[in-house]
Design a protein around this ligand. Structure first.
Ligand code: ZN
Length: 492
């Protein structure tokens, strides 16, 4: 399908990779493929216990004295498909194709995995070449980046010689990433005590918020549907008339939630008053959020089915008032959004929090918050603040999935080499930025502090979705940049 695209040697490997199923957690076959590649080309390789594969190639003549360079990408992709797509992504390869205008490569009905298959394709093309000049090369292919950076966590420093690190896992041509935020998930567990009551069930919901990525879109002034529900309830001011069975919202801790709901039991005498309070609160909130969230809607409707909290129809186990107030107070006070901006580089987010998920699990309500910061201490402080608030509201705080940031280095010879090569190839000035999201470089530098790293890659749009597409011209230009950069790094 991709014959005729340039550079042919890169697309050849990309197409081979696409033919192998390689969603996160399903990396056996792709790992085998990489090891086979090494054997066929007579290259030394290491398969680490966690599944990472490292392939080595010697320097080309004249570049032997130059320090080794690492090309790095992750093996796994986010495997998603359209509702009506019958493909079994665990077992079948992708149907890659070129868009009608000839500009993009995509996969029919599924995500493409340009993130990060293109890094491996570039790496294999360099390893297979006999016409390029480069220092000693190591291709480091990590496992399960998309589900917690497991491969980068478990990478063994002694398996990698190179300390000049080219991470090819960014999707914006012309932008060089030179730093990223670290993160942690703050888990707040609120025990609830339940009473048995009888009455009718009502469902109150918030829908239609824009949402977005909890890192890169945290500064886009989007409202949080979970916190908006808390505001609505506060605004209704109904005290003990609201007797909640459960509260729920959000899907991932790293996405700004777009909807949320609470199911309550009301007795027939108070029902009218609750509906009036809702109407009043709805009006006030629409007024407050109209400009920020034009599509937001508030719903009050009758519902049936109290799930595990239904004793029999008309009789339910509901959270008692103190239990629910604890949860509500937490939601009204927990910080959301940007809490500090960077001093340098200016204009970028330094520290933030997203309240991503709330769910009711039996006798507990659980809230997950995703804290990010470019500065380690600030990340800890914001995590502590949420933990402290959790405890003040009667909950138990736990911390999960902490990963380090990658701090911007004032001096980086590798960054200088990349920028100089970019100017030479493009005749233009690149942007050098840091990103308010996680990259594997943070963990790599934690294992090997002397590592000098940069992150870049060709244009890929709508990653992690079925609309993912990779720009063909950009893949070629980025390859030319990589070839020239390796040539330059081969000189010293
Ligand atoms: Zn990626």
């Amino acid at each position: 399908m991709l014959e005729g695209l340039k550079p042919g040697r890169v697309w050849k490997y990309f197409e081979e990779i696409c033919a192998i199923p390689h969603g996160s957690g399903n990396i056996g076959a792709i790992s085998e493929y990489l090891q086979n590649f090494a054997k066929v080309h007579g290259l030394a390789y290491i398969a680490e216990p966690c599944g990472n594969v490292i392939i080595r190639k010697d320097a080309t003549p004249g570049c032997e004295h130059a320090p080794a360079v690492v090309l790095q990408g992750h093996m796994d992709m986010v495997a998603v498909k359209e509702k009506d797509c019958g493909k079994d992504m665990e077992k079948e390869g992708l149907d890659v194709a070129v868009t009608e205008d000839g500009q993009f490569v995509y996969a029919k009905g599924t995500s493409l995995g340009g993130d990060d298959g293109i890094a491996l394709a570039y790496g294999l093309a360099v390893l297979a070449s006999d016409d390029l000049a480069h220092p000693a090369i190591e291709l480091v292919a990590t496992v399960d980046e998309e589900t917690g950076m497991d491969g980068a966590h478990e990478l063994l420093a002694e398996d990698v010689r190179g300390r000049r690190w080219l991470n090819i896992d960014s999707e914006d041509e012309g932008v060089l990433l030179a730093g990223c935020a670290g993160g942690l998930t703050q888990h707040s567990v609120f025990p609830v005590v339940r009473d048995t009551v009888s009455g009718d069930l009502l469902r109150i919901a918030v829908t239609g918020c824009r949402g977005g990525h909890s890192g890169t879109e945290i500064d886009k002034n989007r409202a949080n549907a979970i916190l908006m529900l808390a505001l609505l309830i506060r605004e209704m001011d109904c005290g003990k008339m609201l007797q909640p069975l459960w509260i729920a919202g959000g899907e991932k801790d790293n996405a700004i939630p777009t909807s949320s709901e609470i199911v309550i039991c009301v007795n027939e005498y108070e029902r009218y008053e609750v509906c009036r309070a809702f109407d009043r609160a709805e009006k006030n909130l629409l007024e407050a959020f109209r400009r920020q969230e034009p599509e937001v809607a508030f719903v009050l409707e009758e519902t049936t089915g109290g799930g595990e909290f239904e004793i029999r129809e008309g009789s339910y186990r509901v959270m008692n008032q103190t239990s629910f107030e604890n949860v509500l107070n937490f939601l009204l006070l927990v910080p959301f959004g940007v809490s500090a901006m960077c001093v340098e580089p200016a204009g970028l987010v330094e520290t933030s929090n997203n309240v991503g998920i709330i769910r009711t699990v039996g006798e507990t309500v659980v809230v997950d918050s995703s804290v990010r910061s470019m500065i380690h201490v600030r990340k800890q402080q914001l995590g502590d603040k949420i933990a402290l608030l959790t405890m003040l509201c009667g909950g138990i705080a736990e911390r999960h999935s902490e990963y380090p940031g990658w701090e911007y280095r004032p001096e980086s010879p590798l960054r200088d080499a990349w920028v100089a090569t970019y100017r030479e190839v493009y005749g233009a000035e690149p942007k050098v930025e840091t990103i308010h999201a996680g990259l594997e470089c943070g963990l790599i530098i934690e294992h090997m502090p002397e590592t000098d790293a940069v992150s870049f890659g060709p244009n890929i749009f709508d990653i992690h979705t079925t609309a993912e597409r990779m720009e063909i011209g950009s893949v070629e230009r980025t390859w030319n940049l990589l070839v020239k950069l390796l040539e330059r790094l081969g000189r010293g």
